[in-house]
Ligand binder design. Structure first.
Ligand SMILES: Cc1cc2nc3c(=O)[nH]c(=O)nc-3n(C[C@H](O)[C@H](O)[C@H](O)COP(=O)(O)OP(=O)(O)OC[C@H]3O[C@@H](n4cnc5c(N)ncnc54)[C@H](O)[C@@H]3O)c2cc1C
Length: 535
């Protein structure tokens, strides 16, 4: 007689979600990113493997530790990471996440990889995204760009704490936020003193300073001519360790594999990037890229939560019927699938605009106008979405062995850093106010692309009217949300099945979106077949 406590007696629990090809299983991603048949399949298998998923878990269960001093009291200012973090960095670096668009790759191709790695471990996305974005700011100092871009583009990942000129490749971070002002960087009090030519010394602090083991940082500080951007290396050109004193690591809600420090600069050596007084204009070029990454990464988090929920519901039976076939659950999951596919389509269409911007003024205007709206809408949607997916799995998803708690804790940060929600909505108004003609052209292009989607033409009219009305700032969020929904409808109209775009229009454009599962989707079941392809 078999032992009733034996492991094989566990039944009506789904098989582990592991050794899944994260590209092959994801039709919405393949279509939104325009992947050719077979493209990125080895990458999808690698990142969905049991071994890679385990690296994500280990990197978060063993967060980085700060070593400020050695036993004799000498400053170290070192952060030690678990080997799993470095392994993830190595794999993502090798896949081009830190540099591919500067080496001829497209933003869309990089976004497809980013979307996948964020599903597995989002903490290590931070150093990759800052490194990838840094050359956009360095462009204001052509000599520095010429020196540093080859180092960024080089390989492989090199985690050693040695001078940058000895490394096989470098990573970069950025420091803007101070205690008295994050959004309002003009309130920065950190000082920069010129010491000859483009060399400066920085004295002051940064209140948030992520990835402090990076090889150099884009930092804002007040010079005589006003707020200015600088490149602060971890090692001075004479080979001495630069005076970046790491005070503490933040004890964060999520994003735990990534180190976010507080730092003090004690006459730290720096090179000026761009003219004195042009700090915001210089660093904003970098931030535009990191905002795209935040949105792609949040769409990736949503995707993993959806996949886990659909997988569970397919393999779990309640009251003699699979959970996925219980009408109330079908309605919830189909609504989540619709939301996830819309977010995916939206972020990839935005990445297309980044690729086309240099040759096409309308696409450049589209990237400028939609980046804040898309970052606002997708990053803000992710926490609520992941919570709902968590509930679909029941108690198992509330337990730390499940990836859901980590996804849930990770999600809010993308809405906070690189410009918080209100800041994004206000930025959209600023862009629209600066170039009304370009804004009208973008809105009318979106309306034209989405014309078959119910509610799209009305939404376009509402947005255009709202932008000319009064008390704009108090309506900033509603304008941003509606513009992102219109852009999502346009993106779905281009690639997704007509019925899906139609369902999006009837539930998201014609009426305000209700709770997941309360939005009337006429035929929900096929959305779930499409959402997750399992063997
Ligand atoms: C985990 C983590 C890592 C980080 N890493 C870095 C880093 O590496 N480098 C770095 O420079 N920063 C970093 N930050 C800081 C982050 O960018 C800031 O927290 C963010 O920009 C908001 O700034 P703040 O915290 O000073 O909040 P505040 O600027 O005080 O904003 C608070 C709230 O007010 C809202 N708000 C601001 N202005 C307006 C307005 N005019 N009207 C209406 N509402 C407004 C904002 O949207 C926000 O919701 C990190 C933050 C976190 C959480």
């Amino acid at each position: 007689m078999s032992d009733p406590m034996a492991e094989e007696q566990v039944f009506n629990q789904p098989p582990p979600f592991a050794d899944v090809n994260l590209i092959a299983a994801d039709t919405p991603l393949r279509e939104a990113a325009g992947l050719a048949a077979g493209e990125l399949l080895p990458f999808g298998a690698e990142w969905g493997s049991q071994a890679r998923l385990a690296l994500g878990r280990h990197a978060n269960e063993n967060p980085p530790r700060l070593r400020t001093h050695d036993p004799q009291g000498r400053r170290l200012d070192l952060v030690e990471f678990h080997p799993a973090y470095h392994a993830l960095m190595g794999h993502s670096h090798a896949a081009g996440l830190a540099h591919s668009t500067w080496a001829g790759g497209s933003h869309v191709a990089r976004a497809a990889r980013l979307f996948v790695i964020a599903q597995v471990e989002a903490g290590h996305v931070c150093p990759l995204t800052m490194t990838h974005a840094a050359p956009a700011a360095l462009a204001a100092a052509p000599t520095l760009l010429a020196e540093w871009l080859p180092r960024i583009n080089a390989g492989p990942y090199d985690s050693r704490f040695v001078p940058f000129w000895e490394k096989s490749s470098v990573t970069l971070g950025m420091g803007m936020t101070e205690k008295q002002g994050g959004t309002d960087v003009r309130a920065n009090i950190t000082r920069a003193e010129a010491i000859g030519g483009d060399d400066y010394e920085i004295t002051g602090h940064k209140w948030f300073f992520s990835a402090p083991m990076s090889d150099a940082f884009l930092v804002l500080a007040q010079a005589n001519g006003g707020l200015t951007c600088f490149l602060v290396p971890r090692f001075r050109p004479d080979g001495a360790v630069n005076a970046l004193h790491l005070q503490r690591l933040k004890d964060k809600l999520g994003n735990r594999s990534n180190a976010s420090s507080e730092v003090e600069f004690a006459r730290a050596f720096a090179w000026r990037v761009g003219a004195e007084g042009r700090g915001v204009a210089t660093i904003i070029e970098m931030v535009q890229l990191t905002r795209l990454d935040c949105a792609v990464s949040s769409a990736g988090l949503m995707r993993m939560a959806l996949a886990l929920a659909v997988h569970h519901a397919r393999h779990r039976t309640v009251f003699s019927k699979r959970l996925i076939d219980q009408p109330a659950m079908t309605a919830v999951l189909a609504d989540l699938a619709l939301e996830s596919e819309a977010a995916t389509a939206l972020v990839f269409r935005l990445a297309v605009s980044f690729d086309r911007a240099k040759d096409d003024p309308l696409e450049a205007a589209r990237a400028r106008l939609l980046t804040p709206a898309v970052k606002f809408s997708v990053c803000k949607a992710a926490p609520g979405f992941i919570y709902e997916a968590m509930e679909a799995l029941g108690g198992n998803a509330y337990v730390e062995e499940s990836p859901l708690p980590r996804l849930y804790r990770e999600a809010p940060v993308n809405a906070i850093w690189e410009g918080s929600g209100n800041v994004m909505a206000l930025d959209l108004l600023r862009v629209a106010g600066r170039d009304a003609a370009a804004t009208r052209a973008v809105i009318s292009a979106l309306a034209q692309e989405a014309r078959e989607v119910p509610g799209a033409l009305e939404a376009a009219r509402d947005i255009a009217d709202s932008l000319t009305g009064e008390h704009l700032e108090s309506r900033a969020r509603s304008i941003a949300e509606r513009l992102a929904a219109l852009a999502a409808a346009a993106a779905l109209a281009a690639h997704a099945p007509g019925a899906l775009a139609h369902a999006f229009g009837t539930t998201r454009l014609m009426r305000p979106r209700a709770l997941f599962g309360a939005n009337p989707i006429a035929e929900p079941a096929w959305l779930l077949d499409r959402a997750l392809t399992e063997p």
